[in-house]
Design a protein around this ligand. Structure first.
Ligand code: NDP
Length: 279
């Protein structure tokens, strides 16, 4: 049996074990996905054991996405430019780091909302870790422009500078106004279950451009107050679960070389969210 798991601290609430295990089983793979709660002082040791042939690799989550980088042998895809890794692949004892968060977002909007970012004007609300991955991926997908608004403006300015270094049209935005944008993404934690901000909206959907797509990367609840308000205003929407599933699907494919059973993964994640009582 081969093993994979999620490295973070804490990891008790991660949905990855649920849908990755469902994917292994649906594909008939003799593999198990585990929760590897790893405090900072145990990270280096965890990475040493990951080189054993029984390990396929791992996902990496808060707070280790940056700290794992010096412990890896090579970085692939956008991981080096982003400075963050969410997927590790063990290839014959060598550890390769990737970042599938942003590519997972782009796959989600392409596959689940028929939206191709190429040539489109995009606004990100928020400039944290998730926004960073999405900004790089939208630039790679040849978006015409990426604007970034954040509560603390210096963080938006830093992210815009980092992404613009790759030649993309990226700039900080002075206001969280969706007017004039084809794609608006909530990358803040506003609206997330358990934060006390469930009723807060990251921007006013009444100002949406005709035909715009609003994507909320918050996935608990699946239908946030912002998405509900946007739909009531006639705006097209997509929730955060597709990004979560597609970043996982890309990691699954890197570990196994097998096409990920995305529908099975969605089904398992939705069942687990419902069992937790998240609306
Ligand atoms: P970070 O902590 O790195 O960033 C949080 C962001 O939210 C910052 O931009 C922060 O602004 C902003 N923020 C927090 N509180 C407020 C507020 N009251 N008003 C305005 N802005 C606020 O978190 P992540 O980037 O990792 O995650 C952000 C959200 O995305 C979370 O809800 C997370 O669950 C979700 N997520 C979903 C994923 C998916 O696959 N669907 C993947 C990863 C994350 P400031 O800089 O000013 O503090």
């Amino acid at each position: 049996m081969r093993l994979a798991g999620i490295i973070g601290h804490p990891v008790a609430h991660s949905l990855s074990p649920v849908f990755q295990q469902a994917a292994f089983e649906a594909c008939g793979l003799d593999a198990r996905y585990e929760r590897w709660d790893t405090p900072a002082e145990a990270l280096a040791g965890r990475l040493v054991s990951l080189r054993d042939p029984k390990y396929l690799g791992a996902n990496v989550t808060i707070p280790h996405k940056e700290a794992v980088i010096p412990l890896l042998d090579e970085l692939g895809g956008q991981a080096a430019r982003m400075g963050a890794v969410n997927t590790i692949v063990n290839r014959e004892g060598r550890l390769f780091g990737f970042n599938t968060d942003g590519p997972g977002f782009v796959a989600a909007v392409r596959n689940e909302a028929a939206f191709d970012p190429a040539g489109r004007r995009c606004l990100l609300l928020g400039a944290g870790g998730a926004a960073r991955g999405i900004a790089f991926a939208l630039a790679d997908a040849r978006a015409a422009a990426v604007a970034i608004w954040n509560r603390s403006p210096e963080r938006a300015e830093r992210l815009a500078r980092d992404v613009a270094a790759s030649g993309a049209e990226v700039a900080p935005a002075a206001e969280p106004s969706p007017a004039g944008f084809d794609l608006v993404v909530n990358c803040t934690s506003l609206g997330m279950h358990g934060t006390g901000t469930e009723a807060e909206l990251p921007c006013d959907p009444a100002q949406a451009a005709p035909g715009a797509l609003f994507v909320d990367i918050v996935y608990a609840p699946e239908h946030t107050a912002w998405l509900q308000a946007a739909r009531a205003a006639g705006v097209r929407t997509l929730g955060g679960l597709p990004m979560l599933i597609y970043q996982g699907a890309l990691a699954f494919e890197l570990w196994t070389g097998v096409h990920a059973p995305v529908e099975t993964m969605f089904e398992a994640a939705r069942k687990a969210l419902a069992a937790r009582g998240t609306p």
